[in-house]
Design a protein around this ligand. Structure first.
Ligand SMILES: Nc1ncnc2c1ncn2[C@@H]1O[C@H](COP(=O)(O)OP(=O)(O)O)[C@@H](O)[C@H]1O
Ligand SMILES: [Mg+2]
Length: 456
């Protein structure tokens, strides 16, 4: 049975009736019911009480019964699906919370594969069991400030069984640190956790072999298929530095020759039924992700922005004086912790700790930071370089609804370049009441103005 599609239908019905998406308890009840698990077994998987799960279940069946105009219970849910009573509808007309009729797509396919054999509890592990963890080449955790809301967003996505999560942002913004911080919060959810960096751009086949060997604890050549393993176990795979497999000199998210099969792999992980999760950490959004985004359970993206005022802690830690100027520094470096560390080191080393002298200096993009930004800019396509130069020199947020006359690009090239620069986190969106503006700000604008971006 295609669990993913059943869950999508249920989510649409629940949302239409209540204005809320399926939560992780409802999700677990539906999954468990399809796998013939009892409320007690489902509660065990959720580390919750059977009575709570039973109550949530009872409300869930009532909502589904109303939505599908059919009496649905835990006992008959599977049979109703199998008899095709739900599937045979081309669409279910349900009334949403405001009373208007809306159409919910429920063209479901039945795939006869079972995720787990019936009677097997959804999570056979005792609650005390620790997951097997291989963090591979992940860096050591160091001092970590704030990110409370990002951590809770990620935790919620994991608890609601999102299969593919992408964390995007410029280098140094804190993607790796955030993900490391997340692990202790969610590790009890998983049977195995594996972290791999794609820094050396491994071909997909060797990465998969490496992952399967760890997950299945087998060394032989006859290894199980990865997707099958992800179905029968709840695994978390974290892939860092995913940008390495994308081409330089092209719009964002285009695979390097020989790495295109990663795209199909990410899509398979997002769309097929299994119990695991993959987190991609990248500077660039993979092309597939844009099409899959924001589908419950399928794919979610976290665009990681700066640390905001929490970044003041970095200056306190560095022993910087003139705290009234810290907000200006945070704004210039967009709260990027690595850039702020770099700026603080330069202020101490070159300006004897004097922030005013540093701020009045001609260039705010020095040494190490210049190198970091160069890594991003050398990946841009020619059209992106042109748009970047134009936007950085506007010195304010601007509309992009019309292509600027002075750029020798077609309107479509212009829009594609803007979209691609957004996917690289190089331009910011400034939301006004009635329109959206775009800008290049802070140290990035400074870098662009001081460097002629070389067109090939
Ligand atoms: N929330 C944070 N609080 C303090 N330091 C942070 C935080 N996030 C990141 N850092 C520090 O900033 C640097 C860059 O973070 P990192 O996670 O490696 O960035 P990215 O993976 O996005 O390139 C690291 O030295 C890291 O310790
Ligand atoms: Mg990183």
């Amino acid at each position: 049975m295609d669990i993913a599609e059943v869950l999508t239908l249920a989510d649409q019905l629940i949302f239409a009736k209540t204005g809320k998406h399926l939560d992780y308890v409802q999700d677990a009840i539906l999954r468990g019911t399809l796998e013939d698990a009892t409320y007690t077994q489902i509660a065990q998987e959720l580390y919750s009480s059977p009575s709570h799960v039973r109550n949530v279940g009872s409300d869930l069946w009532k909502t589904l019964s109303k939505g599908l105009k059919k009496d649905i219970t835990k006992n008959n849910f599977r049979a109703v699906l199998e008899k095709g009573i739900v599937y045979n509808y081309q669409s279910a007309i349900v009334e949403n919370i405001t009373g208007e009729s809306i159409t919910v797509n429920n063209k479901l396919n039945i795939c006869h594969e079972k995720v787990r054999s019936p009677k097997t509890p959804p999570n056979p592990q005792p609650t005390t069991k620790q997951p097997r963890i291989d963090l591979g080449d992940a860096p050591e955790m160091s001092t970590f400030f704030d990110r409370t809301s990002e951590l809770s967003t990620l935790e919620n996505w994991i608890l609601s069984r999102t299969r593919l999560i992408t964390i995007l942002g410029l280098s140094g913004i804190g993607k790796t640190a955030l993900t490391l911080q997340l692990i202790p919060q969610i590790q009890h959810e998983f049977d195995c956790i594996i972290w791999r960096s794609l820094h050396n751009a491994p071909p997909l086949a060797s990465l998969q072999t490496d992952i399967i060997k760890f997950l299945s604890q087998q060394q032989e050549t006859e290894l199980p298929d990865l997707i099958n393993y992800l179905r029968s176990h709840r695994c978390l795979i974290i892939l860092d530095d995913v940008q390495t497999i994308f081409s330089s000199g092209q719009l964002a998210g285009n695979y390097q020759p020989g790495y295109e099969n990663y795209g199909a792999f990410f899509k398979q992980i997002a769309e097929s039924c299994h119990n695991s999760c993959i987190i991609l950490i990248s500077w660039e959004k993979p092309r597939e992700i844009a099409a899959l985004e924001n589908r419950p359970k399928t794919c979610q993206t976290l665009q990681l922005n700066g640390l905001g005022e929490a970044a003041r802690e970095i200056f306190t830690e560095k022993g910087l004086a003139e705290s009234e100027k810290w907000s200006k520094l945070i704004d210039l470096y967009r709260g990027n912790p690595l850039w702020l560390h770099t700026a603080a080191a330069a202020i101490k080393d070159l300006f004897n700790g004097n922030i005013s002298d540093f701020l009045s200096y001609d260039s705010l993009v020095l040494g190490d930071l210049e190198y970091l930004l160069h890594q991003h800019f050398k990946r841009l396509s020619d059209t992106e370089k042109q748009v970047m130069s134009w936007l950085a020199n506007q010195n304010k947020a601007v509309e992009i609804s019309k292509k600027p006359a002075l750029l020798e690009l077609s309107p479509s090239e212009f829009l594609k370049a803007v979209e691609s620069l957004r996917r690289r986190s190089l331009i910011e969106k400034v939301q006004k009441v009635d329109r959206t503006l775009f800008a290049v700000q802070g140290a990035i604008a400074e870098y662009v103005k001081n460097h002629t971006l070389q067109h090939s």
